[in-house]
Design a protein around this ligand. Structure first.
Ligand SMILES: Cc1ncc(COP(=O)(O)O)c(C=O)c1O
Length: 427
């Protein structure tokens, strides 16, 4: 049953029920309701360990992994990142506040953002170890705001090299992208840093999110290293070729993209590229989000109405685009298993959609499933990244509860929103 390989590493079928971390999903739903999000700590730990151990065995100089908080950030996830000794990439003062509340150390907070506000920059100056500067206006603002010691500054390069992410909206490194600086702009920024004695320490780029062919990284790394030759960085310089390594969402995409192989490819390009140019090896940073947490997350929905038509079966669930906008945004494909009898014979093609007033509120299109009935629970794998961090209150919906599963116990890390939460901002 290869659909199981999309789920967290601890997922098993026991007594005809789906279990994660030895916990029966039926019992979790009885206690916490639906829609419900589950995160399996063991799966997150395994992914972090794949990155860290691959860097330790392949890269002969210091290296770090930065968790891209945009994938999903709350206090418990920040605490996990801290425990794993990961840096945390925060976009803006909101994510910085969550990282600080989760105990992430100043030196491990790295701040991104394509148009950082003054409040974002002030928070970064106060709380972060590194600011990745996106553009020249931002650099001028940082220079004006800074009084005293500044965080390390890295410049974000727009390499002009795309990766295949399956959708234009998840590409960031191509020529026409809004992110980062062209090589010419980077050199202008270098000049500005020198003139203003700003602590320029590194170069960063990020080509896109959810790719599984690492080939385009080579060209971008070469462009980055060519530029570094002209940047006059200190000997303890930093280099970050971003994140974006993919995850499998549907059984058609299995096997899971290999994290260690991805790291090995990057390391080889960086080491060869530095050797060819006579550059010392940088502190190498990788910046994954999705590949650390997507597989750990599972959404559990309850099926309500079913529409069985001649040419289509619709199963309508209590969760959808407000907790997972990825279908509406990029036509993302998902798979699922029923929580009870997940191994039953698959006899009909079902499309699954949420309860919200948008035709784009679709969860899964046309998936072969066992005969589905009202009241069934379905578990959707690979829901750990870019779901709740992009969630909304559309149609007055309340965000679901989130549980962390570890060592046979379920700890609620985010409570379900209530009607009072919905009304709490009205004046
Ligand atoms: C600057 C930056 N770094 C890292 C990431 C993480 O990407 P992913 O979650 O696909 O690994 C993103 C995502 O868009 C990003 O914009």
């Amino acid at each position: 049953m290869n659909r199981l390989e999309l789920f967290p590493v601890t997922t098993k079928i026991i007594n005809n029920s789906l279990t994660i971390d030895s916990q029966d999903l039926n019992l979790l739903v009885e206690k916490f309701g639906t829609p419900l999000y589950l995160y399996d700590k063991a799966t997150m730990n395994q992914a972090a360990d794949s990155y860290l151990s691959a860097l330790a065995s392949y890269y002969p100089a210091p290296a770090s992994v930065t968790y891209a908080g945009k994938a999903f950030l709350c206090k418990a996830i920040a605490q996990w990142a801290h425990a794993q000794k990961l840096y945390v990439d925060c976009t803006g003062e909101g994510e910085i506040a969550i990282a600080v509340a989760g105990g992430v150390l100043r030196e491990n907070i790295l701040v991104h953002g394509v148009n950082k506000s003054i409040a974002d920059l002030k928070s970064a100056l106060e709380n972060a170890g590194t600011i990745v500067v996106d553009n020249l206006s931002e650099l001028r603002r940082i220079s004006k705001l800074s009084a005293g010691k500044l965080p390390n500054l890295w410049l974000r390069l727009l390499p002009g090299v795309a990766v295949d992410t399956h959708h234009a909206h998840t590409q960031t490194g191509q020529h026409e992208s809004k992110f980062g600086m062209t090589p010419e702009e980077v050199l202008e920024a270098v000049h500005f840093c020198k003139e203003n004695k700003l602590p320029l320490k590194g170069l960063h780029f990020h080509q896109g999110s959810n790719f599984r062919d690492a080939t385009p990284l080579k060209a971008a790394i070469e462009i980055g290293l060519d530029l570094v030759q002209e940047m006059d960085l200190p000997s303890d310089w930093h280099f970050c070729p971003g994140g974006g390594w993919g995850t499998a969402y549907h059984e058609d995409e299995l096997p899971q993209p290999d994290i260690k192989e991805y790291v090995r490819i990057i390391v080889n390009h960086v080491v060869d590229g530095c050797n060819q140019r006579g550059l010392s090896l940088p502190r190498l940073h990788l910046e994954p989000g999705r590949s650390l947490v997507a597989r750990a997350g599972v959404a559990v929905y309850r099926v309500g109405a079913i529409k069985r038509r001649r040419d289509k079966v619709w199963a309508l669930t209590d969760g959808g685009m407000t907790d997972n906008p990825r279908y509406a945004m990029y036509g993302a494909r998902y798979s699922c298993l029923t929580v009870s009898s997940p191994g039953a014979e698959r006899s009909e093609r079902v499309s699954i959609a949420g309860p919200f007033c948008e035709s784009g509120d679709v969860v899964i299109e046309d998936l072969l499933m066992p005969k589905i009935s009202e009241g069934d629970l379905i578990a959707i794998p690979a829901c750990g990244a870019y779901h709740l961090s992009m969630s909304s209150n559309y149609n007055g919906s309340r965000r679901p509860a989130v549980l962390m599963l570890e060592g046979g116990t379920a700890r609620m890390i985010l409570r379900r929103e209530t009607i009072d939460d919905l009304l709490s901002k009205d004046m």
